[in-house]
Design a protein around this ligand. Structure first.
Ligand code: NAD
Length: 500
């Protein structure tokens, strides 16, 4: 890779880490070093926050009219589309996700820039009906300097879900991408500056959670924190934000149930469940993790599912025919193996897969076989914890009530799916599920206009839509006295002069 892929992006410039150190990003399909990246630490976060603060205080970005920011974001969307293949290549080599997935995903990512450009261009302030001879208008102004901490599973898309609304609303940003896949977010910083975002507005500091992530979340120069990551990381970030009295938004873990009712054709149910679970090797916060099938069709569906899951083409993620790649890291492989082993030890039945893949091209990478597990109990670790791997548990239910009870029996509440051809049942069951998103006869759909956020331990706040833009602003209330007369509260004869 060229030198430019290695560095920290501050003030529209590439800089080495303050102490000159670097770390390696591994290609999880081959075990080879894919990128050498500057190792950002506290001093680098300090530098980035200082640049973002300067850009916030001195402008011009926060002071620009929102309609001037829109065209710059649209230009960035065009640049991103033009670099789709190059960025997809970076994503595949960092995460091991198949080219087939990443080419689609990177292309879609640009839509967030277009959407939030439109939101900025249609920004409206408000006049509120305050009583008295008073004009009270409420402005939405940028929050200021925001810290954004992102994960490795959708490196560019998730960074974009935060960067686009924050920029549209006029904030300046320090991004700390995941140490596992930091290169595409660094490239995004460069691309935004190329499109016309001024220097210092977007800064990207690659580094590790315990160093750079901690330094950013605890930094006194930050006005808002926005994390996507694991639930435990969410608790750290929320505590740090709480200490500094700044808003914290957090998109965290999930354990999505997929409910299949008896009226669904087996072929649709099998296609839906495999899509829900095995995209991204299951490394998605909304991956279908728990399949719940109505008892009358359970055996039949299971047989068809075992066939389909066993035939998923696992292999080199660069090959356009590959349907599933490796897990993203050695740690992720160890975590999936530990949870599958625990399920086995606690008495569950592995219907297919259940182990690391070996031989051929698999020996050097972190490949795990697509796995189905039956005979589970709600108290098993495999049912309580997020696996984040190509693993689907299967259970049966009698009726709607039991399906809803099982679906809601989780600390998480991010995504869920209901499969049925009965329209009323679909809506009514979806409305009873405690989950931020529920798909009916679908999965994984996400759109910049569609609210996205977790109930319960799956998060705080919501991404996407006008609400996300508003959450990147702070309200300023301006009250104009329109009384013609003068006012003197302490005049000796004054009585009941005004309402407040
Ligand atoms: P992670 O929590 O390990 O890391 C996420 C980010 O936080 C990384 O940049 C990491 O360096 C940083 N970090 C880690 N510890 C930190 C600390 N103490 N202080 C500050 N920063 C810290 O998560 P991951 O393994 O990168 O991603 C997988 C997790 O993300 C899963 O739990 C998944 O469900 C979740 N996720 C959620 C969504 C969503 O929209 N809700 C989307 C994608 C992923």
């Amino acid at each position: 890779m060229s030198k430019r892929d290695h560095l920290i992006w501050i003030d529209a410039q590439e800089v080495a880490a303050a102490d000159g150190s670097t770390f390696e990003v591994e290609n999880p399909a081959t075990g080879e070093v894919a990128f050498e990246v500057a190792h950002g630490k506290t001093a680098d976060i300090d530098r980035a926050v200082a640049a973002a603060r300067r850009a916030a205080d001195e402008g011009p970005w926060p002071q620009m009219h929102p309609r001037e920011r829109g065209p710059i974001l649209r230009r960035a969307a065009e640049l991103l589309r033009a670099r789709r293949s190059e960025l997809a290549d970076v994503e595949v080599r960092s995460t091991g996700r198949p080219m087939r997935e990443m080419h689609q995903q990177v292309g879609r990512t640009a839509d967030w820039l277009d959407f939030f450009a439109s939101v900025a261009e249609t920004h409206e302030d408000r006049v509120v009906p305050a009583i008295g001879n008073l004009l009270n208008y409420v402005r939405r102004v940028p929050v200021g300097v925001v810290g954004q901490i992102t994960p490795w599973n959708h490196p560019l898309l998730i960074t974009m879900k935060k960067v686009a609304p924050a920029l549209a609303a006029g904030n300046t940003i320090v991004v700390k991408p995941s140490e596992v896949a930091p290169v595409a977010p660094i490239e995004l910083g460069r691309l935004l500056n190329e499109a016309g975002v001024p220097p210092g507005v977007v800064n990207v500091v690659p580094g590790f959670g315990a160093e750079a992530g901690k330094a950013l979340s605890e930094h006194r120069g930050i006005d808002k924190l926005d994390l996507t990551g694991g639930t435990e990381t969410g608790r750290h970030i929320a505590a740090a934000g709480g200490r500094n009295l700044i808003p914290v938004q957090a998109e965290l873990g999930g354990k999505a149930p997929v409910l299949v009712f008896e009226d669904v054709p087996i072929a649709s149910a099998v296609a839906g469940a495999t899509f829900a679970t095995f995209v991204a090797s299951g490394q998605s916060c909304i991956a279908g993790a728990r399949l719940l099938v109505q008892r009358t069709r359970y055996e039949e569906l299971l047989r068809a599912l075992i066939d389909r899951v066993s035939s998923i083409r696992v292999g080199d993620p660069m090959d356009p025919d590959t349907q599933m790649g490796p897990l993203a890291s050695k740690q992720q492989l160890a975590r999936v193996m530990e949870l599958v082993t625990s399920a086995r030890d606690e008495g569950a039945t592995i219907l297919c897969g259940g182990d690391r893949l070996g031989g051929d091209i698999f020996d050097n990478g972190y490949f795990f076989a697509p796995t189905l597990i039956a005979d589970v109990r709600q108290d098993m670790r495999i049912m309580r914890e997020e696996v984040f791997g190509p693993v689907l548990t299967v259970q049966s239910f009698e009726d709607e009530d039991e399906a809803v009870e099982l679906a809601n029996d989780s600390d998480f509440g991010l995504g869920a799916a209901v499969w049925t051809n009965d329209l009323k049942r679909g809506h009514l069951v979806a409305q009873r599920i405690r989950s931020g998103s529920v798909w009916i006869n679908d999965h994984h759909r996400v759109d910049p206009a569609s609210p996205w956020g977790g109930f319960k331990d799956s998060g705080v706040g919501s991404e996407n839509g006008v609400v996300a833009y508003n959450d990147y602003t702070i309200q300023q209330s301006i009250l104009v006295n329109l009384d013609r007369g003068s006012f003197d509260w302490f005049a000796p004869e004054a009585r009941d002069l005004r309402y407040s």
